[in-house]
Design a protein around this ligand. Structure first.
Ligand SMILES: [Zn+2]
Length: 214
């Protein structure tokens, strides 16, 4: 007698996309659904699809997936900076070599400030435009997330700006205080039923998995 080694079939939850053993998933209405998504999915099925935009069916994005999305956005931003540096630095060094007078610190400071302002404005345009037209940055899109108002509407310009400002300036932009505020915001997100970070509470937004919106 040879005891059969249990073969674990790994399947993806149709709602959140997590890969789980088949034994951890249930089959409802032709879809594999994990235990976390089951209540929301059931209520959506029972409402026969009509309630797709209902917050009842939403599956909220937690800390790690949102952290991952921010990391992807960071990488997206590193690429143009590296390219820009690769193009500009050799020219700067050459210009310096030709200059009869050594560049003073005012030159360096103004250069740094210009870079900082341009970087900030490009970042603001990127996040605000992506929130407005795609309901999320490239990082959030890649992670299957989207940002909605609490009532299911997409974001207005004011909310897009407010959300950008709250996270990038208030929460993570002030030296020293930002580490405390980011920690507080992460804890708020982690313990909240609707996974609201500080900026989500201020702007009345929710970050949800795209699949949970019909
Ligand atoms: Zn799931």
């Amino acid at each position: 007698m040879s005891p059969e080694a249990p073969v674990q079939t790994v399947l993806a939850c149709s709602q959140c996309g997590r890969a789980l053993a088949q034994s951890d998933l249930v089959h409802i209405a032709g879809n594999w659904v994990c235990a976390d998504c089951k209540p929301a999915f059931l209520s959506r099925v029972m409402a026969s699809g009509a309630a797709g935009a209902s917050p009842l069916a939403w599956h909220y994005g937690g800390f790690w997936i949102r952290f991952g999305a921010r990391m992807i956005d960071g990488l997206v931003f590193m690429i143009p900076i590296v390219v820009l540096a690769a193009v500009l630095l050799p020219n700067l060094i050459r210009a310096r070599g030709q200059a009869p007078i050594a560049p003073n610190s005012a030159f360096a400071i103004s250069g740094f400030l210009t870079f900082f302002v341009v970087f900030f404005l490009v970042g603001a345009c990127y996040e605000i435009l992506m929130l407005k037209y795609r309901s999320g940055t490239l990082g959030k899109m890649a992670c299957g997330l989207r940002v909605m108002r609490s009532d299911g509407r997409s974001l207005s310009w004011g909310v897009c700006f407010g959300r950008f400002f709250m996270w990038n300036v208030v929460t993570s932009g002030i030296p020293y205080i930002n580490s405390v505020l980011m920690l507080v915001s992460s804890i708020m997100l982690g313990v909240d039923d609707e996974k609201r970070a500080l900026h989500d509470r201020v702007c009345d937004t929710r970050v949800i998995y795209k699949q949970s919106v019909a």
